[in-house]
Ligand binder design. Structure first.
Ligand code: ZN
Ligand code: ZN
Length: 444
């Protein structure tokens, strides 16, 4: 892997021809105002900034992450594939040593899309940043250690789900407390599966958290954890909806707060998530982040109504954040001495059962998952996913997952399980996703 020591890559994809509906907050103007601001500031003329074109993610790229039911084209449009392709273009620019870091300003966003996909949740169909990460692992080395830091106001439940049993991928999500915001998850006790305990970390923040609280979390928890984890790559899933003017959330972060976050975190790649204050926040936050990534002074980037003294953080909010950070510090420092059998049971399989609601597409999914507790690897997994679509139609998928670095036995048993399911479940969809051998099979 060649790495450059300067230059910032930018990829824009506003998806002009794609929207959930004409008045939906997730719409193309989200990026158009940012683009105008960038031109107005002359950022594209700076010698350190290089623009890259988004490619189009292939079906295979998507299948390394997702099981799309019944297939990729049923859940992802060309716009979704280009948005994911934008993240991939950013990754290539960085990993081929052309630029030091890169920011993919793309939509539609991705972080609510889980491993199994029946449709759209939280405006997301496919998970751009996970598709990018699996592309990186395939192309640049599958032993790379990767850290996600998701700074969208909503819990990154999709990315968490995709990596929840993968110890080489650390997933930290900082978000508005799930008791007060969609999707209602992302609590301190969600710490990942038996093969990757404490590789999933969640920092729920109370409504009205300001730059002060966000930076307290960074300085006292996120940065020290990253220093210990020593990732080869840091990915920032950069959601701008913590901004004080965002219409969908209740947070009080400013463009300066976001730019400083970026300067401290030093992500190799940032991939845009949400942010719905189209004129009041996005142009300022995105420009602040770009300048911080390029190592250029951003102190002048301020919203016209930026008066931090009017938005001081209350003592109650400060206390709550300190308690959460303390809890997380304890979990992190004791992670290696935890008795996993106490948490995941002593059985040969760990089982989880979930109900997943797709708010965007009105789909109800019921999911049962079994993870084989293998002593040699993180274990093959069996998932049964039953979905009831908005139209009332039902579809069931049986899935076998073979993880990265699976042992020989888990590879063999997994493949056998797939062939058995294929024979027995003729009316349902059956899939095998084998990350170790980069193989994807189905009965359709
Ligand atoms: Zn969001
Ligand atoms: Zn195994």
């Amino acid at each position: 892997m060649k790495r450059a020591n300067k230059g910032t890559g930018l990829v824009f994809f506003p998806a002009f021809d794609w929207a959930i509906s004409a008045t939906h907050p997730e719409r193309e103007e989200r990026l158009l105002y940012t683009r105008d601001q960038i031109f107005e500031e002359g950022i594209m003329d700076l010698p350190n900034i290089k623009e890259y074109r988004a490619g189009i993610a292939s079906e295979k790229d998507v299948q390394r992450v997702h099981i799309c039911v019944p297939n990729v084209s049923a859940v992802a449009t060309e716009s979704h594939l280009i948005s994911a392709g934008g993240a991939i273009a950013a990754a290539d620019a960085v990993l081929q040593g052309e630029v030091k870091n890169a920011f993919a300003l793309v939509r539609p966003p991705g972080h609510h899309a889980m491993r199994v996909v029946h449709g759209a949740r939280g405006f997301c169909n496919i998970n751009n940043e996970s598709i990018m990460v699996e592309y990186i692992r395939k192309k640049y080395g599958n032993h790379l250690k990767i850290a996600f830091v998701d700074t969208d106001a909503h819990h990154a439940d999709g990315t968490q789900d995709i990596y929840y049993n993968d110890p080489e991928v650390l997933h930290i999500s900082i978000h508005q407390d799930g008791r007060t915001l969609y999707p209602g998850t992302g609590f301190v006790d969600e710490l990942g599966g038996p093969g990757a305990f404490a590789s999933t970390l969640n920092v729920p923040l109370p409504p009205n958290t300001t730059d002060e609280g966000l930076h307290y979390v960074l300085d006292n928890f996120v940065l020290p954890v990253l220093e210990e984890f020593k990732p080869d790559l840091v990915i920032n899933a950069a959601g701008q909806d913590n901004h004080y003017t965002d219409p969908l959330t209740n947070m009080k972060i400013s463009a300066q707060g976001y730019a400083q976050l970026n300067e401290k975190l030093k992500p190799d790649i940032a991939v845009l998530q949400g942010g719905y204050s189209i004129e009041g926040a996005l142009p300022y936050v995105n420009v602040g982040i770009i300048l911080a990534m390029a190592g250029i002074d951003y102190s002048y980037v301020k919203e016209p109504d930026y008066y931090p003294e009017r938005r001081l953080q209350s003592d109650r909010v400060t206390e709550q954040i300190k308690r959460t950070v303390e809890q997380l510090q304890t979990i992190w420092s004791k992670r290696n001495s935890v008795d996993l059998n106490k948490i995941f049971g002593k059985g040969r399989y760990y089982e989880r059962y979930r109900r997943i609601y797709y708010d965007t597409d009105g789909i109800q999914e019921e999911q049962k998952e079994k993870i084989y507790r293998c002593s040699e690897c993180t274990g093959y997994r069996l998932i049964t996913s039953k979905a009831r679509l908005f139209t009332g139609r039902k579809q069931t998928a049986h899935i076998v997952l073979i993880p990265h670095h699976a042992c020989r036995s888990c590879q063999e048993v997994g493949l056998e399980e797939f062939h058995k399911l294929k024979k027995n479940e003729k009316s349902d969809f059956v899939y095998l996703q084998d990350s170790e051998n980069d193989l994807y099979l189905s009965n359709i």
